[in-house]
Design a protein around this ligand. Sequence first.
Ligand code: ADP
Length: 501
Amino acid sequence: LTDEQRELTQIMRSSGQSLVHLINDVLDFSKLESDKMEIEKAPVDLIELIEETIEMFSYQAAEKAIELLYYVEVGVPSLIFGDRERLKQVLVNLIGNALKFTEQGEVVVTVKRSAQQKDNGSEPVVRLAVRDTGIGIAPENADKIFEAFTQADASTTRQFGGTGLGLAISRKLCDLMGGQLKLKSHLGEGSEFYFDLRCREVPQQGKPRNEMIVEDLDRVRGKTVAILTSNQTLGSLLVLKCRQWNLVPHLAATYSPDLLRELARSQPDLLIIDPLAIGEQHNAIAVAELLNRLEVPTVFLSSIGSQTLQPVLERLPRVGQLFKPVSDLKLAEAILSSLGGVDQHSRLNQAIAEKGGTRLKSGTLADLHPARILVVEDVAMNRKISGLVLSKLGYKDVSFAENGQIGVEMVAKGDVDLVFMDLHMPVMGGLEATEQIRKNFGLPRQPVVIAMTGHAIAGVKDSCLEAGMDDFITKPITIERVEESIRECLESSVNKTELSS
Ligand code: ADP
């Protein structure tokens, strides 16, 4: 699996889990009310927790074109004693709300050593904050919103949905963890929710991740990095990171032909580019190609799901791509590999490999098992997700049908090798559609049919196989499962063809 595939799988898994969390809210609340909630004190990697929580929201943020950022101050202990699940629950709620009540701008999560409280060395006080540039909260509602089943005003439910439970639970959880959830907000400008935690640090073996990155980047010390982004916070963050890593940053906010000339003249060692800064008056693809001609290694910071630059980035030499939200590890690694400072045995590389991100570029599944694929699915969102998963696996020839009947007609044209088939659809369901496909003796070759269903109930699988399907995967689909299924089905269909010929 490539990094992108792993990333997508992880995001999907996390999103699925967050849905389960939502259901648990109601259960939690009653538990909290009856004082039966217990808080755990086990080692938690704070940075990892923040990164994985942020990543859960990367789609949602990309869809609303909101910049989702996080910043962990140097000196914040990474490994602390705490309750991983409860911390995550509070963060999920705060970030979820921030995105929900923000139409444009940014959501920023920060973790800093708290300046206010006295912190004695071994138990630093850490402030976690979630700030947004959304609708804000009127002063008269500032207390009310923390009450159970209460929203800022009656129109909230109509416009945004929700139960009004999230903040009530979060506040109680923060209380139990020894902090207090507080709010700073200006109506129309945005809100910031924050809480302080006294953290007992877990004695760590080896160096913290921050220091490890700085050491590994020492090999490219002093190199110049030109950064192009129109988001001020992202710009400042990248500048700060570069400085911490002994690189020399130059920041620009918008793309212009002048900037291009300036870059050609100054020849920085590396370009980091947020495609959003290119602006609608310029053609992003043309600009990417112009930048590539500068012969400066370039890293694009793409939003997940945005396909605009995808085809061009793949064929430009010296160009890399990182998906937002960009973690320190990923950024450092991209900088190192662009600047030619990669050492296979570096600790940074090991750390990345441990996180499941080997950088070896191998062929895609589509290179190995080429196929023309049809996805038969009535829910638009699911079609989009399947398309994304398949494109991440390298499949370019993918078509879609909204119900079984259209699917049967498309297969009858004879140019489909593999079908992903939803079961419950209007007009014609997946079982019937598969039976019809199997009855069509006029086809040059029968396609592989893989069922996609929300039901993992025993018995459903049997009816799928009976209808003539080859395999069965349950939704929400994951890249790993789709890859496994395609691999198995296509390999066994090749074997069958070889035997029969
Ligand atoms: P829900 O989001 O399900 O309505 P919450 O308890 O999480 O429940 O939030 C209660 C109310 O607080 C929301 O309905 C909204 O009116 C207000 N609120 C929460 N977070 C924000 C935010 N970041 N910006 C603006 N309003 C917010």
